[in-house]
Structures are given as C-alpha cells and as structure tokens.
Design a protein. Structure first.
Length: 203
C-alpha cells in the first residue's frame, strides 16, 4: 500500500509539474533538459564548443539539447540503458567507468574534447546519505575521466547531491580545475538535494 501511495503521489506531481508539460510540448525526453539549459545560459558551457560527451545520458534530453546547440560538431552519449537515436549524436550502450568503453570514447574523438556533462545518479535506496555517497562516487569517476579527455579550456558539468561526500568532491574538483561553481537550477525540484558542479579550465 505504501509503495502504491508513493507511486500515485509521484504521478500527481508529474502531472502538475510545469517542466514536465513543457518538455512534452517542446519535444524533449525529460524535464532534465531545462537544468542543462539553465546551466548553459548562466555559465556558457557550450559557447563555441564543438566536441562533447554526455555520461549517463539516458533517456537523452541533455544530448538533445547539446545537439541543438552544437552545430557541425561531434557529440557522443553513453549509458547503461538503451536510448532511442538522436539526430546529431552517436550513442553507445555501456559503462563509461570501464576501460574498454573509455578507449572506445577516446578513439571516437581521436583528440582532447571541449565538454563533459553528466546527469548521472545512482539508483535510489531511500537512504539519502547513502544515495548521496553513491552518486558522489559517480561524480568523482566523471571528474577523473574529464581530467583525461578534456582539453585545457574544457568545461565539465555534473550532478552532485549535498551530503557527507560533497566537500570531498569540491576539493577534488578544485585540484583539477581552475574555476569551480555550485549551482541549483530553478527547474531542479526544491525538495531535492541535487545541485550541479560546473568546472572550467584544467590546471
């Protein structure tokens, strides 16, 4: 009964959510598109950029946004789950933390790239502290990969949950990038602990 009640409440919230309705009208796969849109408008993540990888991309709304805003570039998206094709992007099913897929990504671009974005979150357990740690570890993996694949002027964006691992991630980011900012988009639900870390220019 409790699970059904939670599911019904979630469905009601989705129906009332202006960003859910807007994403359907505008042809995006999820409301998450408005998070990257806000981040891009504020921090100019995609300005004059030509190469981008979207980590944990499914269902693909961040990739859709990137494809609309990067013309004549190279966009690659990777996720553990299947995704429907997106015009202007190449999709890979796999785990970006595995060496074989990292090699595949590097071979695809064959050079350092401009942007790494990630809206990854670990599957929730109901324990907010544990969820924050697991998602934080994904963010740390993404930072390490960004350090390898980004060019000196590269940009990095990742979801991050406020929690016990937050300061560790912040410290790691500052050791890798010259500019580090934390931002919560308006389209991020107020009850959510999610924020986004925006990093620029490798040290």
């Amino acid at each position: 009964m409790k699970k059904n009640k939670i599911s019904k409440n979630w469905i009601k919230k989705q129906h009332r959510d202006i960003f859910v309705r807007r994403s359907k009208i505008e042809g995006f796969r999820s409301r998450a598109v408005y998070k990257i849109s806000e981040i891009d408008k504020k921090f100019k993540i995609l300005k004059n950029k030509k190469t981008l990888i979207d980590l944990g991309a499914a269902p693909g709304s961040w990739t859709q946004y990137a494809a609309k805003n990067i013309k004549n570039g190279k966009i690659l998206s990777i996720d553990l789950n299947d995704m429907e094709p997106i015009q202007g992007a190449t999709l890979i099913k796999g785990d970006f933390t595995e060496i074989e897929y990292q090699k595949q990504i590097k071979n695809f671009f064959n050079s350092k790239i401009d942007v790494v974005i990630s809206d990854m979150a670990a599957n929730t357990t109901g324990n907010k502290n544990l969820d924050a740690i697991w998602t934080g570890n994904l963010c740390k993996e993404a930072i390490l990969f960004a350090k390898e694949i980004l060019n000196k002027n590269g940009h990095f964006v990742s979801k991050i949950f406020m929690g016990s691992i937050f300061n560790e991630i912040l410290s790691e980011s500052k050791s890798v990038f010259k500019e580090v900012r934390i931002f919560k988009p308006e389209s991020s639900r107020k009850i959510s602990k999610e924020n986004y870390i925006i990093c620029k220019f490798l040290r």
